[in-house]
Write a protein that binds this ligand. Sequence first.
Ligand SMILES: Nc1ncnc2c1ncn2[C@@H]1O[C@H](COP(=O)(O)OP(=O)(O)OP(=O)(O)O)[C@@H](O)[C@H]1O
Length: 263
Amino acid sequence: MLLTERQATESNKGTMLVIDDVGKIYPNGTIAVQHANLNVGEGEFLCFVGPSGCGKSTIFNMIAGLTEPTSGSLSVLGDSPKAARKRNEIAFVFQEHTLLPWSKLIDNVTMPLTLRGVSKKERVAEGERVLELVGLKDYTKVLPRELSGGMKMRVSIARALISRPKLLLMDEPFGALDEITRQTLQDELLNIWEQDKKMSVLFITHNVFESIFLSTRVVVMTPRPGKISDIIDIPSLYPRDDEFRTRPAFGDYVRRVSEVLKH
Ligand SMILES: Nc1ncnc2c1ncn2[C@@H]1O[C@H](COP(=O)(O)OP(=O)(O)OP(=O)(O)O)[C@@H](O)[C@H]1O
């Protein structure tokens, strides 16, 4: 199999995440995840697809150290997920933007730094940096209610990036957006990811097209009990643009992922 330019230069990079035979049974007896195994390198972009209830969010919560596995183990950069989160190496973006409605954008995106007691000068500089990254540098003093859904999502991404995370977890971030806004944000997210050669992104989506457009690998999950049924390489070059969506190879990937999803 051909390596992409990006993947070829990644081969000397370290391991970001190891999921080793992980299972999760909730106290009510629900088997949410069973025998999950996955290694993620620095700088990878993985999309997770699978039907509702197959355990995608449960896996993310374990990676973020928000809930413990009931069997197996996980490590982030060689340490426990909890320790990595405490060092601000892991950041989360959800579908709901969770912005503070009464705070200006600069205050919203710098909130994680405020909570850590970072000086105002540094907060403002970092806030301006991340708002520029998501194309909102002229909106520092605006309130969230003045923004469209797509702009609110950009602010959420900016807030996640402010701590310069090494692992960015995104749980269906674009699920509520219209198709055009969604594609624009996909392009912008890839741009941001390509600027930081070491940040790994894990992204949950129900949209097979989105998973293929974005990722270096697609992780396909099956429900009851939640299992990783296949991991499919998407060895196409970055940067990816609209032309990629119309290539025959793109259609082939869609067919492969869809077939695995059906079984
Ligand atoms: N705290 C909990 N207690 C008990 N069962 C839970 C809990 N959280 C999730 N579950 C169950 O575990 C299974 C996996 O849920 P999870 O939210 O991880 O799936 P998902 O793939 O992220 O679903 P969706 O795509 O709908 O967000 C489901 O059957 C769900 O009902």
